[in-house]
Design a protein around this ligand. Structure first.
Ligand SMILES: C[S@@+](CC[C@H](N)C(=O)[O-])C[C@H]1O[C@@H](n2cnc3c(N)ncnc32)[C@H](O)[C@@H]1O
Length: 250
């Protein structure tokens, strides 16, 4: 099992801090190094830790910057619960995508309209938005296709609560709090994903093994590496905005 980058990043920071705390406690280094000197040493050790844990290069400036940001912020007149509340809010909104490396950003209306056209015209047809965000595609699809059952799965509690409240008036729409990789896809005719490059190989493996032959995976923007989409629909907006349509092989 590979350890998620954010865990390795935090481990490098903790290791750097632990080493310095040990040096300060058990050596005379504390008399020689100034406050900002300690911060610089901490940043250097954290960078080395990130390199040792084989994080991509762009984590290194973040590792160097974090100790300085924390040291600078510690002088601000913010009580501990202010920081704790901010951290809690971030976890509520973005927590679900931290380990799968998928942040929250939203599909446009054109994507939802295309999804409604792609969904087969069979009564009782089922669709799922994997990582439902604030529920736009799930609710949009449910209102455009009242003949379908549309499910949204979201791991972050904050967005999920928004989705759940928005879905209350709709009878053909369900919002589930949970991990998409623990959600069984066997009953769906179409699954929609607007995630990131990181989970696409694992997602395709899940789709291929669980969904019935002929069912569709529609990915907004991100390709499944090594698999040719059956069709690509260009979307308005960003230059790379498109729907990639993959059919589950027989
Ligand atoms: C880019 S947003 C897309 C939101 C929505 N589908 C849309 O198109 O507007 C991706 C969402 O997936 C959620 N997510 C990421 N990994 C997840 C996982 N393993 N299980 C459930 N949700 C996840 C994130 O919390 C985020 O809200």
């Amino acid at each position: 099992m590979t350890i998620p980058p954010v865990v390795r990043f935090l481990a490098a920071q903790a290791l750097a801090f632990g080493v310095l705390a040990g040096l300060a406690r058990w050596t005379t280094l504390g008399d020689l190094v100034s406050g900002w000197g300690w911060v610089a040493c901490d940043a250097g050790l954290a960078v080395a830790g990130c390199a040792m844990f084989r994080l991509p290069w762009w984590w290194l400036p973040l590792a160097a910057g974090l100790p300085f940001a924390v040291a600078a912020a510690s002088g601000a007149a913010v009580p501990w619960w202010g920081w704790a509340t901010a951290l809690g809010l971030l976890a509520l909104i973005y927590g679900g995508g931290v380990t799968t490396r998928v942040p929250l950003y939203l599909s446009n209306r054109a994507a939802t309209e295309e999804l409604a056209r792609l969904l087969p015209a069979t009564p009782g047809v089922r669709a799922c938005d994997l990582g439902a965000g604030l529920g736009g595609p799930t609710l949009g699809l449910a209102s455009r296709r009242p003949d379908a059952l549309v499910v949204g799965v979201e791991a972050s509690p904050g967005p999920w609560l928004v989705c759940w409240l928005r879905a209350l008036p709709r009878r053909n729409c369900r919002m589930l709090l949970g991990d998409i990789f623990r959600h069984d896809l066997a009953d769906y005719d179409l699954v929609y994903a607007f995630l990131s490059p990181a989970p696409m190989p694992r997602l395709w493996e899940k789709v291929r093994t669980e969904m019935k032959p002929g069912a569709l995976l529609v990915s907004n923007t991100f390709v499944v590496p090594g698999i040719e989409p059956e069709r690509i629909i260009t979307l308005p907006g960003r230059s790379d905005a498109r729907l990639l349509i993959y059919r589950v092989p027989g």
